[in-house]
Design a protein around this ligand. Structure first.
Ligand code: CA
Length: 224
């Protein structure tokens, strides 16, 4: 998942980013709403983790603004244990879930997966595409019942394609999904290399090249 974290507390922001990256997510962390707002306007994200107590404007105000702009991505708010009114107001302003501080990374990750499952209309924890199975919780990929070893970026690419099985994803979109803003400049052919690896490790037909546009999820039926 490509996650956007908005948290002004340095230690907590640091811990959240590190913990979620360790679980294989691509993370961008901002300390105020304005920066997060600019990022949301220019790159695709899967979900937002939003602290409500922020400098230069309450997280709630930003959340209401995003919802008013028809931004529908899942948002999880972080609130203090005694902030029950804040929590209710946050949910009413369009948050999908909340977590009380202090936060457990594992619980946060599980809630993010559940939110994404709901927002993509999937009831199953394991995503199935033909003979391919992908479990976002354990990062387990199986092809024809056999487990497949993928690197973090290959996994992120596969997840992005599985998330939109009917869509052609542009190279720019995929590149933005795969690299966070602080990340080193990826080589221009890095995306092609990951696609090549996915085809080699799973099946040549699993990723479809749409010339001049980008890539789409391909067929996952066993070829006789
Ligand atoms: Ca705060």
């Amino acid at each position: 998942m490509h996650l956007l974290i908005v948290e002004d507390d340095h230690a907590l922001g640091e811990a959240l980013s590190a913990g979620l990256r360790q679980l294989g997510h691509v993370v961008d962390w901002f300390r105020d709403g304005a920066q997060a707002d600019a990022a949301l306007a220019s790159a695709p994200f899967d979900a937002v983790v939003l602290d409500l107590g922020l400098p230069g404007g309450d997280g709630m105000v930003w959340l209401a603004r995003w919802r008013a702009r028809q931004l529908t991505l899942p948002v999880l708010i972080l609130t203090a244990r005694d902030g029950i009114e804040q929590r209710i107001a946050g949910l009413d302003a369009g948050a999908d879930d909340y977590l009380l501080k202090p936060i457990s990374i594992d619980e946060l990750a599980a809630r993010l997966r559940a939110m994404l499952r709901r927002s993509s209309g999937r009831a199953q924890a394991v995503w199935q595409h033909g003979e391919l199975e992908y479990d976002p919780a354990t990062k387990m990929v199986r092809w024809k019942g056999q487990s497949v070893e993928l690197t973090g970026l290959e996994m992120a690419l596969l997840e992005a394609l599985l998330k939109h099985p009917q869509r052609v994803l542009s190279k720019t979109h995929l590149q933005q999904m795969l690299y966070d803003w602080s990340g080193s400049d990826p080589a221009s052919n890095a995306l092609e290399v990951h696609v090549h690896h996915l085809r080699r490790k799973i099946d040549p037909a699993i990723v479809r090249t749409v010339r001049g546009v980008g890539y789409a999820l391909g067929s996952a039926q066993v070829t006789p």
